[in-house]
Ligand binder design. Structure first.
Ligand code: UD1
Length: 430
């Protein structure tokens, strides 16, 4: 199994191209189930989760062709992928496929809207809390679906004549349940109003793509989204928005090591709260014509407290990385996780590098230390694993991160991007 070996101590200097967002690409790909026409997505990142979803969509009858040649645009990489689902050939999403990635559960919305039925395995994904599906079930029931749970599967059936528009207010913000209700409502009869909708940029990206496909949607990016159902959707061409989590991760890496890096092809508006926290920690961040420039030249890393929250709050997907940064701060900081109840598995691994972190309920107290020391550590989930890389970049000596398949789910060409900026990072196979 592959490991990442990092020799700490080098600054980061140069350009890091930011890839298309995994968390936007996944729902956009799933939206191809809503039309018999071709949906073309540009800037699709090459990641294990994307490849897994390609397999799942193929199972439902989606023909997928990837632009044979990987286009190099400026300093960035991008793939254009065409999705065509002339007919839905199978409305079952089996356990073997869904258990590997939670987002694949989201096919339930389009399958139900277009084929009138879906049998979808209860999901798997990162081991970060229980992650139930009650909100999806309530939202689809509100649109008239009948839902039964049977042997680990959800059987959903639309009423005769299809789903019916309705008003539904989520009791809790959920990105995935908002995506699913949004997609399902595009083909429902009448008007749907989603209350307490997720406001994440990836929801806006999905809505923009659906609008390009002919859907009638207003309010995406606010907590109330209105959808007027249409009879059918057409194909479209859409560019996946930049990955704000990758952006924040590399910004934190530069804040950690010091240096001067341009994060190319991204935008500050996608992660203002996180950028503000990184600035308070001591990095200068400015917008450039091509993206964001992150600079830290000398000076200490200052302690900063953060609390994770739905967008526009501090993203839970950057919590582990920020904790990595705070392990080297000049004082005591606190990080509170409010989205997932079990998202502190990186704490004990960071401790192996010499970090001083104590947990009390959902809050971690981090006492900054003057140095970290390299050690073998284990990736436990997608975002946790990259926090270990950030810490490894400044740890004295060698850090090896095992179970890197977690990293490959969400970070495109991580070693290459860091190495090109001067880091000593390599992938080793046993
Ligand atoms: C998405 C992101 C993930 C991110 C998360 C929160 C993708 C592919 N994944 O995950 O990277 O960490 O948003 O920003 O986009 N919940 C329920 N019942 C439900 C659904 C969710 O209680 O039916 C809870 C979850 O357990 C969690 C909270 O709601 O505590 C938020 O989860 P949600 O926003 O749904 O996360 P995902 O869409 O799975």
């Amino acid at each position: 199994m592959d490991r990442i070996r990092i020799t700490g101590g080098n600054e980061l200097n140069g350009i890091i191209p930011i890839s298309g967002a995994k968390n936007a690409a996944l729902p956009l790909m799933i939206a191809s189930l809503l039309t018999d026409d071709t949906l073309t997505l540009e800037n699709v990142p090459h990641l294990a989760d994307v490849e897994q979803l390609i397999r799942i969509l193929g199972n439902h009858g989606v023909d997928i062709s990837v632009n044979g040649r990987r286009e190099r645009q400026g300093e960035g990489y991008s793939r254009t992928v065409h999705f065509t689902c002339r007919n839905i050939v199978d409305t079952t999403a089996p356990y073997e496929l869904v258990s590997k990635m939670r987002a694949s559960f989201w096919v339930i919305g389009p399958l139900l809207a277009r084929a009138g039925q879906a049998r979808v395995s209860l999901p798997g994904g990162c081991a970060i809390g229980t992650r139930p599906v009650d909100l999806f079930i309530e939202a689809l029931k509100a649109l008239g679906a009948t839902i039964e749970i049977d042997s680990g599967y959800i059987n959903a059936t639309a009423p005769k004549g299809g789903l019916v528009g309705a008003r539904y207010v989520f009791p809790k913000v959920s990105v995935g349940a908002t995506h699913v209700m949004l997609m399902a409502a595009t083909l429902a009869r009448g008007t749907t109003i989603i209350g307490n909708a997720a406001r994440e940029p990836e929801v806006v990206d999905l809505a923009n793509c659906l609008i390009a496909m002919g859907a009638k949607i207003t309010g995406a990016g606010t907590s109330e989204i209105t959808i007027e159902g249409v009879d059918s959707l057409s194909g479209a061409r859409h560019r996946v928005l930049p990955d704000r989590i990758e952006t924040g991760t590399y910004a934190m890496a530069v804040a950690m090591t010091g240096g001067d890096v341009v994060l190319e092809g991204t935008s500050a508006r996608l992660l203002e709260t996180a950028l503000e926290a990184i600035r308070r920690a001591g990095a200068e961040i400015t917008e450039t014509e091509t993206g964001l420039r992150v600079v830290r030249k000398g000076g200490e890393i200052r302690p900063v407290d953060v609390v994770t929250d739905p967008f526009p709050g501090f993203p839970t997907d950057l919590q582990a990385q920020f904790m990595g940064l705070m392990t080297r701060s000049s004082g005591v900081s606190h990080i509170t996780e409010t989205i997932f109840e079990n998202r502190f598995m990186h704490v004990q691994e960071l401790a192996r590098l010499g970090a001083k972190i104590s947990l009390s309920g959902q809050t971690a107290k981090i006492e900054g230390v003057p140095r970290l020391r390299g050690a073998p550590v284990m990736a436990t989930d997608l975002r946790a694993s990259v926090s270990l890389v950030i810490a490894g970049l400044v740890a004295e000596g060698e850090t090896t991160v095992s179970r890197v398949y977690h990293l490959d789910r969400g970070f495109e060409r991580l070693e290459e991007k860091l190495t090109r900026c001067g880091a000593l990072v390599e992938r080793v196979s046993d």
